[in-house]
Structure formats: structure tokens, C-alpha cells
Design a protein around this ligand. Sequence first.
Ligand SMILES: CC(C)(COP(=O)(O)OP(=O)(O)OC[C@H]1O[C@@H](n2cnc3c(N)ncnc32)[C@H](O)[C@@H]1OP(=O)(O)O)[C@@H](O)C(=O)NCCC(=O)NCCS
Length: 205
Amino acid sequence: MSCTKGLIRFPKNNIMEIHNSEFRLYLKSPEQQDADAIAELANNYNVSKELHNTFPHPYTRADAISFIDFAAASLADGTGLHLAIRIKGEGEVIGMVGLRIFSRNRSAEIGYWLGEKYWSRGYGKEAIRLMLAYGFEKLKLNRIYAGVFSHNERSMHILEKLGFCREGVLREEELKDGKFVNTVYLSILKREYKEKLRIEVKEIR
Ligand SMILES: CC(C)(COP(=O)(O)OP(=O)(O)OC[C@H]1O[C@@H](n2cnc3c(N)ncnc32)[C@H](O)[C@@H]1OP(=O)(O)O)[C@@H](O)C(=O)NCCC(=O)NCCS
């Protein structure tokens, strides 16, 4: 049995899965048993330096447990969908992708990270595509945007390749490791997604 909060029709057991038959990855809610794997991958400066200050460094098992609780709470109250990226047939967490949802505007902010050992294999792009498909096809969002630190060329490259447009820069938005950094905002609209990237997406709840 399920019910709706905001745009999300969430399952009673609070676990969501998103699949596409062609992709190597799937997305599934993080659970308590994933805490060690999340902490191990997230406790890496090369990952945390690209993420907002709300992402802790060092990143402990307790931080992973708080994040798993936050993901469950935001699914339950309809404000977010934060899913673990997993390889089909293995199930181990390799990273995270999430939407912070603003239901009234049919808009969401996307955020993502992968454990460093999984970089450069196309997994980032696949995970983002799955989440875009779910956001536009199932949640009926109109706009998905991302804020990327201006030095993060890799992340901007992926988003632009997927059809995101650069909207502007918030200058010195964040004080990161003692230095002010600029954030570039990029977005994609539903009509642009439909033209370029549409894929089938299946949800399991
Ligand atoms: C961003 C991240 C998720 C990307 O995942 P990934 O699996 O390594 O990315 P992919 O392999 O799917 O794609 C990488 C693309 O970037 C390109 N790339 C790599 N380094 C680059 C650089 N320095 N400048 C520009 N493009 C670069 C690759 O060539 C590839 O593009 P292509 O498919 O056109 O060849 C991952 O690097 C990560 O977790 N980084 C740390 C956290 C982070 O930055 N999160 C995003 C915050 S906005």
C-alpha cells in the first residue's frame, strides 16, 4: 500500500528502487546495513571537496546513519528522494544520487557522488540519467537543476552532455576549506529532456 506526499507516492516500507533494463546500475533507498559502505566511500577528501559544506569531512559511520535516516524522513515527507547507486547483480552501494524536491513549483535540485574507485566508467552519467527519467516521467517535474563548484569541470561536462544549460554563477557562494568558491547553476527542463534523453524507467516499491 502507498500514499502520496507532495509529488512522491511513497511505499509504506519506505524503500524505493529505480531500474532501466539497459543500464548497468540501479538506484535503491539506502538502508542501515549500507552504513559501513557509505562511510568508507564518502570519507574521501576528493569526494567531499566537490560537495556542499553539509557533506561532512571526515565522514564517519554515524554520519552515514544520520544520512540514511534523513533519506527515509525526506521520502516520507515528500521533500526528497535520496537513493544509493548500486551495480546490478552486486547490490553494494557505489555512491548516491538525490533530488531535493520543491513540489509546488515542480522543481528539484539534483546532487550526486560516487566512491572514487568507481569514477570514469560512465556510472555517474548513468545514475544521473536514471534520476532525470524518474523525476520527469514519474514525478512529473518541470525543472531539475544543479549547483556545481566552478572548478568541477567533470561534473559540468556530464550535465552539459546530458542537455543541461548553464544559467549563471553565484559568486563566492560557499566558504570551502578556507576559500570562497563560485557555484555555477545549470538546469534542464522537461521539454528538453524529452527531446534528447528519454529512457524507460521502472519503479519497484
Ligand atoms: C562527478 C562524478 C559523479 C562523475 O562520475 P563518473 O562516473 O566519474 O563520470 P562519467 O564516467 O559518467 O563521466 C565523466 C565524463 O567527464 C569527462 N571528464 C573527466 N574529467 C574531466 C575534466 N577534468 N574536465 C572535463 N571533463 C572531464 C569524461 O571524459 C567523461 O565524459 P565523456 O563521457 O564525454 O567522455 C564523480 O566524479 C564524483 O563523484 N565526483 C566527486 C563528487 C562530485 O563532484 N559530485 C558532483 C557535485 S556537483
